[in-house]
Design a protein around this ligand. Structure first.
Ligand SMILES: [Zn+2]
Length: 305
């Protein structure tokens, strides 16, 4: 390829800092890569470093100058230095390495909590994830465990990942518009499969986390209403953000193994939630809600709700 020399190789971290959730499977499914740094505001493409630092300072007046400098530089690497045709490597050593080619300029999307809001279109090619990636130079291997959100990989990366990038299609496959509920459920399922793999390999290191995507999906599904069909009436009051008072409940206790999936979860108003957790009919309600949640999930996937 003619532009082989100029092509750069970037390592993008797909772990959500707060929860440790790995988001790369969503990137691959929807044809993009993303950068988090949600504490920093949107920084438009082509802004001067000085102007970009002003935006960051205005958003985070408490930050030291060196932090402002470092974060702005990291975000601008993603927004401006990364070029179309560059290669992105997203790795979760030792299980999977995804390689893709940047196919478009940076854009910004509104996401919950501004998580991974900075994005670029990427043509992803999944690479088999068998450690220890035979032939991967040691200097590159060391980088796969790097902490920064975006790292320029050393020259050795080209020899290893270049062959995959050469095979990438020229134009991105446009991601089909996806119902948010369906998209969240698919991502959760993909992650569950990856977790099972980890559980088999490293039982001692697996911790249970609450998946914010599952909560988001249930709130999306319920449309702002308590999902108990026999709800006696929701409280008139709202949250400080003006949203209905709803709690997303794991029907079977999450800590003792209840699945972190929307079809096992239900949105309840505070009254119904209390009846289900400490009411006299708690067991009956639990049994009933299992069915309600399963039905609501099916109905939603079938596009009826
Ligand atoms: Zn209710």
């Amino acid at each position: 390829m003619g532009n082989e020399v100029e092509r750069r190789y970037w390592l993008a971290r797909g772990f959500e800092h707060q929860t440790g959730i790995y988001r790369v499977l969503e990137w691959v499914a929807d044809g993009y890569c993303a950068m988090d740094w949600r504490e920093a505001p949107e920084i438009p493409v082509g802004l001067s470093p000085e102007a970009a630092r002003d935006l960051v300072r205005a958003e985070q007046p408490g930050w030291s100058e060196s932090k402002v400098y470092r974060v702005t530089r990291a975000v601008q690497s993603f927004v401006d230095r990364m070029s179309e045709g560059d290669v992105v490597v997203a790795a979760k050593a030792p299980y999977d390495v995804h390689v893709g080619v940047v196919a478009g300029p940076a854009y910004y999307v509104e996401t919950r909590d501004r998580a991974f809001a900075r994005r670029r279109a990427v043509n992803w090619l999944t690479v088999e994830g068998d450690e220890p990636y035979p032939g991967l130079p040691e200097e590159v291997r060391a980088h796969l465990k790097a902490r920064p959100t975006l790292t320029l990989l050393p020259a050795g990366a080209a020899a290893y990942f270049g062959r995959y990038a050469d095979a990438a299609p020229a134009a991105p496959t446009p991601a089909p518009a996806q119902d948010p509920y369906r998209r969240l459920c698919r991502a959760i399922k993909a992650d569950e499969a990856a977790t099972r793999l980890r559980t088999v390999e490293r039982p001692a290191t697996v911790e249970r986390y609450r998946d914010p995507r599952a909560v988001e999906a249930v709130l999306e599904r319920c449309g702002g209403r308590c999902e108990n069909p026999d709800c006696g009436g929701m409280p008139q009051d709202t949250t400080v953000r003006g949203e209905p008072l709803l709690e997303v409940d794991h029907i079977d206790d999450h800590a003792s193994g209840g699945r972190d999936h929307p079809k096992r979860m239900i949105a309840l108003c505070p009254n119904c939630h209390a009846m289900k957790t400490r009411g006299a009919r708690a067991e009956v309600l639990r049994e009933r809600f299992r069915k309600v949640a399963r039905k609501a999930h099916k109905r939603r996937l079938a596009g009826e709700g």
